[in-house]
Design a protein. Structure first.
Length: 140
């Protein structure tokens, strides 16, 4: 989150400021789509910065539990779906990145895995209504 916040403050702000400057230098900004677009981007960027700063301020560090036997936030879970093995780390929604194996505790799979133990079998219904079954192999 801090990396994203830093990028918004130091990179995105400058890009947007440059866009605003270009629009102003182009002349009358009264009905300038370029100027309006840049101002909208600026407002959205500043809103996201405030949101991330608030999240960081309120964030709590979750210590990794030793010898955990049940899935919790911070757990890395190895599951098997048919013959395919996958590994997920359960994280908060702001940190989720499914492509990298970080799934939100609020996602259907994350919610289903919470509190389960190695050897448990869980079922999740996907967006198409198909039931997918996972067997928990290992929790770390």
């Amino acid at each position: 989150m801090r990396v994203k916040l830093d990028a918004l403050k130091n990179i995105e702000r400058k890009k947007i400021a440059d866009r605003i400057k270009e629009a102003v230098e182009a002349g009358d900004i009264t009905d300038s789509p370029a100027y309006e677009s840049a101002r909208e981007a600026q407002a959205m960027n500043e809103g996201r910065i405030l949101e991330l700063e608030d999240l960081i301020k309120r964030a709590a560090v979750i210590k990794k539990r030793q010898n955990s036997t049940t899935v919790a936030i911070g757990s890395t879970v190895e599951v098997k779906q048919g013959v395919k093995k996958m590994e997920f780390t359960i994280v908060g929604s702001e940190e989720s990145d499914p492509g990298k194996g970080f799934i939100s505790n609020e996602s259907p799979l994350g919610q289903t895995l919470l509190g389960k133990k190695a050897g448990d079998q869980v079922f999740v219904t996907n967006l198409l209504g198909k039931k997918i079954d996972y067997k928990i192999i290992k929790i770390s």
